[in-house]
Design a protein around this ligand. Structure first.
Ligand SMILES: [Zn+2]
Length: 250
């Protein structure tokens, strides 16, 4: 559990810092920045979804099974009796919660291909493409969503590499060192090739990254690099508002 907590805190810290830089670099709506932050945290939990004991995947499948149960009940609600609906509901829940989850964990090996740098890039690109085409967001918004997912993902891989702990918090320093922050898996050459092809395919689905480059290159207004440290006084505007007399008395 300590590992899950470490990932949650690490992703939240880095994502929060990145979201703050986004706030400093331009007029972004608050909801969007909070959304980026949450995506960064989700990205930090994504690499371990291939573990049968991973908390996010258990939550995801439990949620999916309940939602699917409701959808079934809504669809057939007018035609069947309460008992029949409850049976359908329970069947749906069991099928997803146990059937699909077992299938998913059997098809993937923990710290396999999903736990790699290209997978992190792929998840980010998929998010960008989905937000751009699915939600009709601007290219900049879509790219920031994807970048935050990848950022959280990379933070997770780095944390695993540094701590070299497994999901149960036991130290496996020699065994797992170097396996977390990887570019693919030599044991799964076909899977690795497929992964890279998927990343290229996803890149082609994404909008032009030019708006992001423009944002990063924009040094004309309020450059973040010039605002790393406070100027003459700390919290200038704030102090003026709290203690208006203190400045005039100087
Ligand atoms: Zn991990």
């Amino acid at each position: 559990m300590a590992d899950f907590k470490t990932h949650l805190i690490g992703a939240a810290a880095v994502s929060g810092l990145a979201a703050t830089i986004v706030v400093m670099s331009g007029p972004f709506p608050h909801q969007a920045v909070i959304g980026y932050f949450i995506l960064g945290v989700i990205g930090g939990l994504l690499p371990d979804i291939d573990s049968p004991t991973s908390i996010p995947i258990r939550i995801a499948f439990a949620t999916l099974s309940v939602v699917a149960g409701f959808l079934v009940a809504f669809t057939f609600g007018k035609h069947y009796s309460l008992l029949e609906l409850m049976m359908l509901w329970a069947g749906c829940f069991l099928l997803i919660r146990y059937g699909l989850l077992n299938l998913f964990t059997r098809l993937t090996t923990h710290r396999g291909l999903i736990h790699s740098i290209p997978a992190g890039i792929g998840f980010g690109l998929a998010t960008t493409a989905l937000v751009f085409h699915g939600f009709h967001s601007s290219a900049l918004d879509a790219w920031l969503c994807g970048l935050f997912i990848t950022l959280g993902f990379i933070v997770h891989l780095l944390l695993d590499e540094w701590y070299s702990v497994n999901l149960y918090g036991k130290k496996l320093l020699k065994k797992s060192f170097g396996t977390a922050f990887c570019l693919g898996s030599l044991k799964q050459p076909l899977g690795t090739v497929a992964l890279y092809l998927t990343v290229i395919g996803l890149l082609l689905c994404c909008p032009s990254p030019r708006p992001v480059a423009a944002l990063l290159a924009n040094r004309s207004q309020n450059p973040v690099t010039e605002r790393l440290w406070p100027g003459a006084a700390w919290f200038q505007g704030f102090m003026q508002r709290v203690m208006p007399d203190s400045l005039s008395s100087h």
